[in-house]
Design a protein around this ligand. Structure first.
Ligand SMILES: [Zn+2]
Length: 499
């Protein structure tokens, strides 16, 4: 039997539609643009979903035609120039090879919004489907997608099978790609299937989507049980969704791919929605005021390790600038000491690089990108470390590997210290998903009293094991869990809070 030939591509962005700054080719070049054979060489062994797919393809002796892969960190609306580059390379490759391929495999995020489209992935599947149909070609089009994808009906109507990560933090991103590839193999061998989709009114903030807690834990457990009990079910995807997208498909949704009856599949999705609704009390958590948290810390017995002051309002993995001072500023004002914080501030980092280690500095740091994330802080202290900001993940299954692989580039970095705080300044915003970020810069969060963590859930695998306690703390920022504070216009009839 002839070995299968597969056209492969990747397009990865989680788009925060309220962030003022748009995301262009500059940001995608920083995140990574690979074209042709570079898609393979840049992914092999890097722990990413694309690596997982390529590894599985190798075991099956599939020939891979790599078209293009583009990714950028979560951020504002994607500029049309990005879509144009992707379409140019992808469809050139498609037109050249479509008569000879056995399938198309895509590594996507699934929550991408561009200047021209609220549903970039749905549009891509529609275009592929329309070109294949026009040529009379019937091959599977399969994608691995992120758990936070805002899945539209077009995404399921015009693809053959979607397969999402099952874990948040996304420790299973590579594994999910391998499982998606295995299903892809079955579909390329001729298995017939249909996809089914159920949208819901629930738009849940990232803090409500940890898969170790309900409601996601309960829904995912039932989805896995259905997959096991029904041999027709190829996969069920529980989509947490991404709340900071002002689009009609925003939020929690369910979909599945089955070789069985449509009515049975729809029944499963309806049942899973009921499981969600029966367990949804944890879907809309509220952050606590810093003052209350500090009071509690002072009165409760405490074990070894730092207290994590988690700042979801400036959740870097959710798209905000990572330079917010809304929590650091009042924490410094409270007189607390032995604090660790990370701020993305390329300007301040490059100022430090004109000086040397042990020099004294007086700088304005943070809150420079927009007006939503506090005011700059006047910092006086010492430079204690300077670097180019490169590090390798300590945990190669870190959530961060799902986005960019295991080698991370934070750009020029500087570590500043005074009697209260140690601050890592980065030049490229880097979600705090792996302790290698701090250890590589000579900082030991294990020895701190307080660590500010700009995240919602994705930090947990790295930080929770070293912490004496963890609190989600109120702050200012566009990733606030108080979704009602955001100026949505397209979410008519959706539920944004637990109240
Ligand atoms: Zn995600």
């Amino acid at each position: 039997m002839k070995n299968k030939t597969v056209l492969m591509a990747g397009l990865f962005h989680e788009t925060h539609t309220f962030i003022h700054h748009k995301t262009g080719l500059k940001e995608f070049r920083e995140g990574g643009i690979s074209i042709g054979p570079d898609v393979i060489s840049n992914n092999i062994g890097n722990g990413s979903p694309a690596d997982g797919f390529l590894d599985y393809a190798d075991t099956q002796k599939w020939s891979i035609i790599p078209a293009i892969q583009m990714m950028a960190n979560p951020s504002g609306i994607v500029m049309q120039e990005v879509i144009e580059v992707f379409y140019k390379h992808f469809f050139e490759s498609f037109e050249q090879h479509c008569a000879d391929i056995d399938g198309i495999f895509l590594v996507l995020h699934g929550a991408m919004v561009s200047e021209g489209s609220d549903d970039v992935e749905g549009d891509l599947f529609r275009e592929i489907h329309s070109r294949l149909t026009a040529k009379g070609i019937d091959i599977p089009v399969v994608a691995v997608i992120d758990f936070h994808a805002n899945v539209s009906k077009d995404m399921t109507n015009f693809s053959t099978c979607l397969y999402s990560y099952r874990m948040n933090p996304h420790t299973d991103a590579r594994k999910a790609a391998v499982e998606a590839a295995a299903l892809f193999g079955i579909l390329m061998r001729g298995q017939k299937s249909t996809q089914h989709h159920l949208g819901t009114p629930y738009v849940i903030p990232p803090t409500g989507l940890a898969t170790a807690s309900d409601p996601m834990k309960a829904v995912l457990a039932r989805a896995r049980a259905i997959e096991l009990q029904d041999p027709d079910m190829l996969c069920i995807n529980v989509m947490g969704g991404y709340s900071y997208a002002d689009i009609v498909d925003c939020g929690f949704s369910l979909n599945c791919c089955t070789s069985g009856a449509a009515s049975v599949a729809q029944g499963y999705l309806d049942e899973l929605l009921l499981v969600f609704e029966a367990n949804m009390s944890g879907a809309y958590p509220k952050e606590a005021a810093l003052e209350m948290v500090l009071k509690r810390i002072d009165t409760e017995p405490r074990g070894p390790g730092p207290i994590l002051l988690v700042e979801p309002a400036d959740n870097i993995g959710g798209g905000t600038p990572g330079d917010g001072t809304g929590l650091l500023s009042p924490l410094l004002d409270s007189g607390r000491k032995n604090i660790i914080a990370i701020l993305n501030d390329p300007k301040a980092a490059s100022q430090c690089h004109t000086l040397k280690v042990d020099d004294q500095v007086s700088l304005l740091i943070g809150a420079k990108l927009d007006n939503h994330h506090g005011a700059p802080i006047k910092f006086d202290g010492t430079i204690c470390h300077l670097s180019n900001g490169q590090f390798d993940l300590e945990n190669e299954n870190s959530h961060l590997a799902s986005m960019v692989g295991t080698h991370i580039d934070m750009g020029l970095c500087a570590v500043l210290r005074n009697e209260q705080v140690t601050i890592l300044l980065t030049s490229r915003k880097t979600p705090p998903m792996d302790l290698g970020q701090l250890h590589s810069q000579g900082i030991r969060p294990e020895d701190a009293d307080y660590v500010i963590v700009k995240a919602a859930v994705s930090h947990k695998d790295a930080y929770d094991p070293i912490a004496a306690g963890s609190y989600n703390v109120e702050s200012v920022g566009l990733c606030t869990s108080n979704l009602k504070a955001l100026p949505y216009q397209n979410l008519v009839g959706k539920q944004l809070s637990g109240d």
